[in-house]
Design a binder for this molecule. Sequence first.
Ligand code: NAD
Length: 380
Amino acid sequence: MKIGALKERFRGEARVALTPESAGQLQKLGHECLIETGAGMAAGFDDEAYRTAGVTVVEGPTALFDAAEVVIKVREPSDEEAERLREGQTLISFFWPAQNEAMLEKCRAKGASVIAMDMVPRISRAQKMDALSSMANIAGYRAVIEAGNHFGRFFTGQVTAAGKVPPAKVLVIGAGVAGLAAIGTATSLGAVVRAFDVRPEVSEQIESMGAEFLFLDFDDTQDGSESGGYASPSSPEFREKQLECFRAQAAEVDIVITTALIPGRPAPKLWLEDMVALMKPGSVIVDLAAEKGGNCDLTKPDERVVSDNGVIVIGYTDFPSRMATQASLLYATNIRHMLSDLTPEKDGVIVHDMEDDVIRGATVTHRSEITFPPPPPKVK
Ligand code: NAD
């Protein structure tokens, strides 16, 4: 099959869905690869690198849509892109079907099959295709780097001839994929790291990374706010205890990274205005939940704001794109694994097997039908 990668046109988006490396792997599966000219430039891959890897470089999106049987990209399609889809064509990209019903209908009406990378079920077998986790890992790492960029001191403590420097204190709220990556990055830079999550089972993981898990004085458990491995809204009593704990931390910590999310809901507000007011000038908050409304009262999505008392609040929503090379390498690998599962005989023939849990879960339109939401996966 001809697999074609589009150039991203969303403002500021630097990632690409195909790398020279992933193209090599796709060719081994019997596929032919195409890419729109310039698609990889912002991620560090020029047209020549693709040509060397045996990829055909085509001029513009129309030529790409005309030639490719499977179109791959990063962001959900724009109206213009959806308009170009044709019957029998497959699109693989992030899609966010629950928030993009009109787009879902548009793709269905075109007769295209859409595989949403954000809908890959979070089961063990699908981890290699879990693009949400790949991108969250980058976001967590980059959040710490971004904080360091705005923080006027070292992360690590030092004893120098010019004086003793205490280590920075970092608090990470929410220890999912992004939070754990932030904890790992901050500890490796030498900071003293504390972390909190409503799911108590992550405490061991946090402690094994050299960070301290903040336990609440709440019936000896963080529980009451967790279902099936995912967080759900906390009770008012639990929330009060949590905020009390954060208030006590506010005057002490230098950097706060917030990543708390509850599936399908706006981000819980956990770092309130009065906590920002308690922080030292020059402290930094990076709010990775900015896109879902933010965990911090002061967060403005896609902006960096400075509070009245000199605390820097970063609400960027494009952390993976700020590390476009790394993000593209991982995302292209996730896509390549998806295409590998779609090519069971490694003969360049795509088999869209709707009996396969992973393929079924991620397919949101198929043969002129909307297939979202999917049934729950049969295996873990
Ligand atoms: P996420 O980005 O949805 O949420 C981030 C974290 O915020 C979660 O750990 C959540 O517990 C926490 N949170 C929510 N409300 C909070 C609050 N009030 N205070 C503090 N923390 C709060 O998380 P994620 O990275 O997508 O991971 C969510 C779940 O999915 C976890 O159980 C994780 O182990 C699981 N997961 C499984 C796979 C897999 O098996 N392939 C892959 C990734 C994640």
